[in-house]
Design a protein around this ligand. Structure first.
Ligand SMILES: [Zn+2]
Length: 313
């Protein structure tokens, strides 16, 4: 009886194995035949770190929106809550206001956002914070990790750079933060570009045209009124518009200021743009964001960078 009853289930198991083997073979052949490094829609996972609720949006808001528009998963993390980033207000209410601002911006860009509850101006490169960053990168299963460089005018920017650097490689080590499964591969870690010269200037490996999404980026940045319209930590009463006309003028001034930053990046790194887009198209790019490979992450060849930044024909 037992033998008889086992026989059909044995056949069933064999059939399932057979189907599974065929599926595996087809999948393998598909990969071999395609021979392409082009990613499937939605297959890239990007996590960007900034010190304050606005840093990621400014540094990678355009490229982030472009990845998101192609169905890739983009997360912006503010490592502090921004609770001293205003000339008139501070503390919990400001932190809530800034969280709300980046959440609105995130909806406009098609990205995800998280604000960590560390005080603004007090970030330290502690083991606890390093662990938090390691966990976030692992949980996001990141292919690309972005951060500021560790030389920057603001201590929170510097320590965000240090914390993210310190998470490179460690995200693959199983017995640090063992409760969060390690990544099999070290992601590609990249820095935003900046204007600091010492000990060495920013040397981007890739520059991305954000011309098609510049308006979207400026719209998203515009909702962070605490920082830009009102001037953030160094603002003052005189910046506050008193009527609709003044407000419209101030909004335009803020937009033009941000646009100028991305025009400046395109002009400074014109050679890098031409390297990626060709001489003719590279010369025409108006607004750019640029990124430099961090040596502590995986070091991608040009073909892999092209796969990670799928914006070139
Ligand atoms: Zn900042």
């Amino acid at each position: 009886m037992k033998r008889l009853s086992l026989l059909p289930s044995g056949r069933l198991a064999l059939s399932i194995l057979f189907v599974f083997a065929i599926a595996l073979t087809l999948n393998f052949e598909n990969k071999v035949v395609s021979g392409s490094t082009a990613p499937q829609a939605g297959s890239l996972r990007i996590i960007a770190f900034g010190a304050h609720p606005d840093d990621c949006e400014l540094s990678v808001g355009g490229t982030g929106a472009m990845w998101a528009a192609k169905g890739h998963q983009v997360k912006f993390v503010s490592v502090t809550n921004g609770d001293i980033g205003h000339w008139r207000e501070a503390g919990g209410p400001l932190a809530m206001r800034r969280k709300n601002e980046v959440e609105q911006a995130s909806k406009m860009l098609g990205t995800t956002v998280e604000v960590l509850d560390n005080h603004d101006g007090e970030l330290m490169p502690t083991l606890e914070n390093r662990r938090a960053i390691i966990r976030l990168i692992r949980q996001w299963k990141a292919d690309i990790v972005l951060s500021p460089r560790p030389n920057d005018y603001h201590p929170d920017h510097r320590y965000t750079g240090i914390l993210v650097q310190d998470a490179a490689y460690m995200v693959t080590v199983p017995f640090i933060c063992p409760e969060t499964p390690p990544l099999k591969n070290n992601p590609v870690f990249m820095y935003y570009t900046d204007r600091f010269m010492k000990p060495n200037p920013s040397q981007p490996d890739i520059a991305i045209s954000i011309d098609t999404v510049m308006d979207k980026k400026l719209d998203a940045v515009a909702v962070m009124e605490s920082q830009f319209l009102e001037g953030g930590a160094n603002g003052h009463e005189g910046l506050m518009p008193k009527n609709a006309e003044e407000r419209a003028r101030r909004v335009k001034q803020v937009r033009d200021g941000h646009a100028a930053r991305n025009i400046g990046i395109a002009n400074r790194f014109r050679t890098v743009l031409k390297e990626w887009y060709g001489d003719e198209a590279g010369a025409k790019v108006k607004y750019a964001e640029a990124f430099e490979i961090c040596e502590y992450g995986r070091r991608p060849e040009k073909a892999e960078l092209k796969r990670l930044f799928p914006f070139f024909q």
